[in-house]
Structures are given as structure tokens and as C-alpha cells.
Design a protein around this ligand. Sequence first.
Ligand SMILES: Nc1ncnc2c1ncn2[C@@H]1O[C@H](COP(=O)(O)OP(=O)(O)OP(=O)(O)O)[C@@H](O)[C@H]1O
Ligand SMILES: [Mg+2]
Length: 324
Amino acid sequence: MIGGIGERMTTHTLELKNLTKKIKGKTIVDDLSFSVREGEIFGLLGPNGAGKTTTIRMIVGLISITDGDVLINGDNLRGNFEKAMERVGAIVENPQLYDYMTGYKNLMQYARIMPDVTKERIDEVIELVDLKYAIHDKVKTYSLGMRQRLGVAQALLHRPNVLILDEPTNGLDPQGIYDLRNYLRLLANNGTSVIVSSHMLAEMQMMCDRVAIIQHGKLVRIDEILNQEDETEVKVHFQIEGDVAQAKQVLLNLNEDLNVTESGQELIVQTADVRFIAELNKQLVLAGVLVVGIQRKTKTLEERFLEMTKKGGDLNEVAVPVNK
Ligand SMILES: Nc1ncnc2c1ncn2[C@@H]1O[C@H](COP(=O)(O)OP(=O)(O)OP(=O)(O)O)[C@@H](O)[C@H]1O
Ligand SMILES: [Mg+2]
């Protein structure tokens, strides 16, 4: 992304500062620090047992904090719990629903214990999660995806600006995941910070703006998920028929600093400027090189994750965003 006009102030809605959980002498969450921005979808990514749910349980006050702090909208959970939780909505593991009631009655029930939830607001959240068609059916007849939608609707009733969903895609079919992604994005675009957890790399890459990778309760690093337009590093594979070394020389003649490597019948060029691809291709063609294929590849989160863990899992290489 191009800077220049001066940095905008970033508002952080959720801040974890050296958050630690020990249970029976075992450290489950280990000195975890990160901040979630207003209007972003932030992922907690880690294998089973990494400490995602334990972290979320601490954030929403379901279990005590051993050490460190959680600040929500600037209010510290310790000492200011009610104020801090005022604008938090969450589903931890499974949504809490009454099976024998209709979806609508469930929302009504919940609305009763929340201040300022109007009938219009109930209709609004039903609309948002697209559950109008089944809202007057009993919850025991709901599919997993429908329960999930109702759970999200319930969590949103009091207009939280921090929404936390533990493994929200669990058990959802591809359509369900697609829909979830869309309405979470809608919420984020309206300023809500959405925190989701998962052990699925590809899913997180599609859903989140940034992802915190957690292993053994520790923050390994935070990855910014880049859109196609924001790519900083693109690998272009040129498939060549004939002499690859000669083709490589053609590209180096154009720019001797070009990052180009040979791999079988392929030339792999690394560039930050995607418009450069056409120019490279033109030069190859003009030099009489037969280009039989061009492929553009962006590094996936998975590749970056694997690359990083291959380095011996350097846990010191932690990129924590600067708090402002
Ligand atoms: N109450 C508890 N007592 C003892 N150990 C616990 C307790 N709660 C969690 N743990 C341990 O803490 C570790 C982290 O568990 P946690 O549920 O936070 O992981 P997770 O990242 O959510 O995993 P998953 O992807 O399976 O949901 C696990 O090793 C688990 O056994
Ligand atoms: Mg979990």
C-alpha cells in the first residue's frame, strides 16, 4: 500500500497485554500481546490445543486471568469488567440456545436481559444473518448452520463493536462459510472488530485482514493478509520451450538486478510490480524465446506459515503491531 498523506490514527478496540493463563502449574496461554483494530477481521490461528479457546474465554471473562491485561474499548477487564464487556458479543464453542423455543423466542429472551434492544433491532439482526425464513421454527429443527446464524444474531443484538466467534465455521457447508464471511465483512465495514479462531489456514486467509499465529499458547507472529491489489511479492513463472539459460539472460539484459531463478523449464521472477510481467514477456518474445505459459503466484499464508516453522519455529520473530 502507498503511504504518503500521513498515517491515520488507528483505534484499537481490543488489546491483549502479556496475557497469561496457567492451570495447575501448566502455562496454557503464554505472554500473549496483540491489538485488534476497529473494523478489521482478526484471526487466531493455531493447531488443536494451541490455546485459542482459553484466550477467548479470558477475553470474555469466562475464566480468570493469571497474568497480564485485556482492554476492551480502553477499559481494563480487571477492575472494570462490566464497562469493558458492554460492547462485546461472543460465541464460545457453541451458541447457547433453547431448543424447545423458536429462533425468534430465543432472541426475545435474550433481548429481555439486554438494555435497549428494540423489536426493530431483532428484525435487523435476523435480516443480517439471513434467517427470516426459519425464525419462527423451533431451534431443535435447525441445522448446524442455522444454529450458528441464530447464535451470531443473538451475539449482535446489543450492537457490540467487538464480536468474538470461536471456530465459527465449524460444521458449516461451503455456502454457510461463504455467507458467514460476507456478513462478517459487512459488520467489519461498519466498524465492528471481528475476532475469529480456527485451525484452518486457507479459511483464515479468505476471511481475515490479519491473522495471529499461535503455537503452544505463544504468539508466533502476526500476518497481514494481502489482497491481490496489495501484493508486495509476486512470483511469476514463465514456462519456456528451449534454452532456459538463454531466456534468463534476456531478462537480465533488461535489468541486471532482476530476481530471476531457473527451475526446470521455468524461469521464476520475483517482482513487486505486476505491470512488469507484460514487459518481461514482450522482451522474451522479441528475443525469439518460446513462452508457452505464464503463471502468477502470490505467497499463501500457508506457505509463509510453513516457511516460518521450517526455520525452526523462531518464536522470537514476533511482529506485534505498535499500539497507538
Ligand atoms: N481447564 C483446563 N484444565 C487443564 N488443561 C486445560 C484446561 N483447559 C484447556 N486446557 C489445555 O490447554 C490447552 C489449550 O486448550 P484450548 O482449548 O485453548 O485450545 P484450542 O486452541 O482452542 O484448541 P482447539 O483447536 O482444539 O479448539 C490444551 O492443551 C488443553 O488441554
Ligand atoms: Mg478451541
